[in-house]
Design a protein around this ligand. Structure first.
Ligand code: ARG
Length: 458
């Protein structure tokens, strides 16, 4: 049952076995382990290290194991140390002598490095697809809301009016960058460690380029010690996953605020809300809160792995086995959160009147009122002071700048005319902002078209 009994005179203590074993979680990449082994023996035959018959028997045996795991007739059990031992022992049980040649020119060190890369490579693609599905929903909401006015905030104080399309557009940019980060990581990690052996390569004439191409890598890794001890790509991945969670968490925080009685900008669908066991009126944004909360555990995985790796001398050390549970949990968490978050915003209702009302109250047009004066020759600093005094007057009377009579405007500056009201209307404030990246309808239409092209092409 063990791959390494020969040198030992005593049985392993049961607690030691349990502490050392990784099969409870590395069974997650049974498929990658088997596909890696198939590529390995295919190369061994090409290099005449195995005969064609041996290769055929081993490949048949491995395919049988894969089939039986998938159809549920072969159970992965905990008496094995890891998935590599499980597959090899099972192969030997099935096909006998040739099975004992599977591990020729290989170590579990390069094997596990390969399995983890194959597994994470597929998961990067899956996360990337989920991000795309989220972007498609954000894009739809943007397209439908180029004239849904709402307040833009700084310091959580109303600042200037924007549109819902513009606000969602900010998240479009974030999740798009997240996808490009995943792409970079994929490209950088996509080199095959198989053939590095335990740490110093092997004396067999392996064709590492061939194995790499069979497994769709861009080539073999170039230093065997680095190959078995590099976990940089996992740290990069956990960092990218943390950034995705940070983006979702910020969005969730806003949705929680917007869904509150105080804001009422949005209403989360019943199917994405939960109730209270005591307060009958409650409809809580639990999904958004959970996504925000789970961000912590993904950050935790990043910090854990960085800390695990920081004192490890070259080359492989068992500490590195700790990379797996952290990474698997982070990936599963991000995938779950992305799917739920996408569903939640896809079904969310937007309360346009509440948003517009909020944008109208709160002096979000004060900058535009100052700009009006600047356009009539008043220096900006003076204009700022004049409008500040008018805002104070309005606060005192509990009215908006839009409702202040023209005489009051004129009392403070003769420059004001009737057209001030048009200049500070919410529509003007937004629609005049049309430089690239601004919320004005013309600018937004161009961005939305560019986003549509991006979604088609990527
Ligand atoms: N389960 C081990 C890991 O995840 C596999 C590699 C074992 N190598 C060794 N030299 N003990 O790292």
């Amino acid at each position: 049952m063990k791959l390494w009994g020969g040198r030992f005179t005593k049985e392993t203590d049961q607690l030691v076995h349990n502490f050392n074993a990784s099969i409870s979680y590395d069974q997650k990449f049974y498929k990658q382990d088997i596909l890696g082994s198939i590529a390995h023996v295919t190369m061994l035959e090409k290099q005449q290290i195995l005969t064609p018959e041996e290769r055929e028997q081993i490949v048949d045996g491995l395919q049988g194991i894969l089939r039986d795991i998938e159809n549920g007739t072969l159970e992965i059990t905990s008496e094995y140390e890891d998935i590599h031992s499980f597959v090899e022992a099972n192969l030997i049980d099935r096909i006998g002598e040739p099975g004992k040649k599977l591990h020729t020119g290989r170590s579990r060190n390069d094997q596990v490095a390969l399995d983890m890369k194959l597994y994470t490579r597929d998961e990067i693609v899956a996360v990337n697809d989920l991000l795309k599905a989220l972007l498609v929903v954000i894009h739809r909401i943007m397209s439908e809301n180029t004239d849904t006015y709402m307040p833009g905030f700084t310091h959580l104080q109303k600042a200037q009016p924007v549109t819902l399309a513009h606000h969602f557009g900010a998240y479009f940019e974030m999740f798009r960058r997240d996808r490009s980060r995943l792409r970079d990581i994929y490209d950088r990690m996509n080199y095959c460690p198989l053939g590095a052996g335990a740490l110093a390569g092997t004396t067999y004439p392996l064709d590492r380029d061939y194995t790499a191409s069979l497994l769709k890598f861009d080539g073999p890794t170039l230093n065997s010690m680095d190959s078995v001890s590099d976990r940089d790509y996992l740290i990069e991945l956990l960092s990218a996953l943390s950034t995705i969670m940070m983006h979702m968490s910020r969005f969730c925080e806003e949705i929680i605020l917007w869904n509150s009685n105080e804001y009422r900008f949005v209403e989360i669908d019943d199917s994405y809300s939960t109730g209270s066991s005591i307060m009958p009126q409650k409809k809580n944004p639990d999904i958004a809160e959970l996504v925000r909360g789970k961000t912590g555990r993904v950050y935790g995985a990043l910090i854990s792995l960085l800390t695990t790796m920081k004192g490890i001398p070259l080359a492989y050390n068992k500490d590195m086995q700790e990379d797996k549970e952290l990474t698997f949990d982070a990936i599963d968490t991000v995938k779950g959160c992305l799917a739920l978050f996408t569903g939640m915003i896809d079904t969310m209702k937007f309360n346009r009147p509440a948003m517009e009302k909020s944008a109208k109250n709160g002096f979000t047009n004060a900058t535009d009122a100052a700009d009006y004066l600047v356009n009539h020759g008043v220096p900006f600093r003076d204009a700022h002071g004049i409008i500040g005094r008018l805002v104070l007057l309005c606060i005192d009377r509990n009215i908006a700048l839009d409702d202040l009579p023209l005489e009051e405007y004129k009392k403070i500056s003769p420059v004001f005319e009737k057209d001030i009201y048009d200049a500070i209307s919410m529509e003007t404030c937004v629609e005049k902002r049309n430089c690239v990246g601004a919320p004005g309808g013309q600018a937004m239409t161009q961005i939305i078209a560019a986003n549509a092209r991006y979604l088609e092409e990527s």
